[in-house]
Design a binder for this molecule. Structure first.
Ligand code: FES
Length: 320
C-alpha cells in the first residue's frame, strides 16, 4: 500500500450512534463505484490535518454488495494520538478524505459448517458486513454482542430488525456476560468462532476455545493495536542516510513517511506484517506493541513493526 493507491472520497453522512461512536458514510468524489470487498475488510483512512497526517484502519460495516459508498464506525478513543479525535471533531459532511483500497485480514472461513461471531463494543463493525454475507445463506450463524450499557450498543436496531433471534445481547450494566464455557463447549464439529473487541474479550475467547479442544485454525480474531504514545526518539535510516525524529504521539512509521520514505503497510495495527523492518543497530530497547512477531523475534531485537512499535535509548538504526 502506498499513497499513490489511495481513493478520494467525500463524507456523505455522519451519525452519532452512541455517546462514543460516530457512523460515517464515505462516497467516491468522482461518483461511480468503490472497489469490491468482502465482510471483515478494513480500509485505511488518510486524514490530513494542519500539521500532521493521520492514517488509521477502520473496518467496513456497509453491505459488501453496496459499492456506491463505504460506511465505517469510529470510536472516540480517550488515549487517541489524534486520528479518532480528528474524525469526531474536524470532519463534517462534505469533508474530503483519502482512503486506501479495502484489505481483508479477518475473512469468514468458506468451508465452516457454522459461524459463531463474538463482538465487544466497537468490535461489532466487521461483523455487520460479514452478516450481510451470511444472511440468507445455508450455513447457520449466531452473533453474541457485549456492551457496557444499552446506550453503548451501536447499530442494535439494524441487527435486531435483520437478524432477530440470531443476535444475543449482553450488557455489563445489567450484570450480563457471555457464557463463554457453555457457548464454546457445545458447538457442532466444523464450527468456526470469530472475535473482535477489547483485548480481554479476545484472550478469553481464544483461551476458552483452546481449552474446549477447538483447533487453532477454527479460531479467528481481529485485534488492531492502537499505537501508544511514548517518549520521543530518533531513528537513523541507513540506506537513505536520513535521521528521523519520532514525536511522543507519532508512530515510527509516520515519522518515516513524513521524511518522504515509503514503507509497505496493510493494517497499521501490528497485525499484517507488511511493515516489517530490519533493525541493524540498537543502543537501548525496542518497545514491541505488535501481534505479529513471535516472542523469540521480539527478544532478538532484529526486527520492528514501525506502525505500532517504538524504541527507547541512545540509537536505533533501520535497514531503510
Ligand atoms: S502495517 Fe501491518 S503490521 Fe505494520
Amino acid at each position: 500500500m502506498s499513497e499513490s493507491q489511495t481513493i478520494a472520497v467525500q463524507v456523505a453522512a455522519i451519525e452519532q450512534v452512541t455517546p462514543l461512536i460516530k457512523h460515517f458514510t464515505l462516497a467516491p468524489l468522482d461518483g461511480g463505484n468503490l472497489p469490491a470487498f468482502s465482510g471483515g475488510s478494513h480500509i485505511i483512512v488518510v486524514m490530513r490535518g494542519a500539521t500532521r497526517t493521520f492514517r488509521n484502519p477502520y473496518s467496513l460495516l456497509s453491505p459488501p454488495n453496496r459499492l456506491e459508498a463505504y460506511e465505517i464506525g469510529v470510536r472516540r478513543m480517550e488515549e487517541s494520538r489524534g486520528g479518532s479525535h480528528f474524525l469526531h471533531d474536524a470532519v463534517r459532511v462534505g469533508t474530503r478524505l483519502e482512503i486506501a483500497h479495502p484489505v481483508n485480514l479477518f475473512p469468514l472461513d468458506k468451508i465452516a459448517r457454522k459461524h459463531v461471531l463474538i463482538a465487544g463494543g466497537i468490535g461489532i463493525t466487521p461483523f455487520l458486513a460479514q452478516l450481510e454475507d451470511l444472511h440468507g445463506g445455508a450455513v447457520p450463524y449466531e452473533l453474541h454482542y457485549s456492551v457496557r450499557s444499552p446506550a453503548h450498543a451501536a447499530f442494535l436496531d439494524r441487527l435486531r430488525d435483520r437478524e432477530g433471534e440470531r443476535v444475543r445481547m449482553y450488557c455489563d450494566s445489567a450484570g450480563e456476560a457471555i457464557p463463554f464455557d457453555a457457548l464454546l463447549s457445545t458447538q457442532p464439529l466444523g464450527t468456526h468462532v470469530y472475535v473482535c473487541g477489547p483485548e480481554g474479550l479476545i484472550r478469553r475467547v481464544i483461551d476458552t476455545a483452546k481449552a474446549s479442544g477447538w483447533p487453532g485454525s477454527h479460531i479467528h480474531w481481529e485485534q488492531f493495536s492502537v499505537p501508544p504514545v511514548g517518549d520521543a526518539f530518533d531513528a537513523f535510516l541507513a540506506k537513505s542516510q536520513r535521521m528521523v525524529h519520532v514525536l511522543p504521539d507519532q508512530t515510527l512509521l509516520e515519522a518515516i513517511e513524513a521524511a518522504g520514505i515509503d514503507v509497505p503497510y496493510l493494517c497499521r495495527g501490528g497485525v499484517c506484517g507488511f511493515c516489517h523492518t530490519r533493525v541493524t543497530g540498537l543502543d537501548g530497547e525496542l518497545i514491541h506493541n505488535d501481534h505479529y512477531l513471535s516472542d523469540a523475534e521480539k527478544s532478538a531485537c532484529k526486527s520492528i513493526m514501525p506502525c505500532v512499535s517504538r524504541a527507547r535509548g541512545k540509537s536505533l538504526v533501520l535497514d531503510l
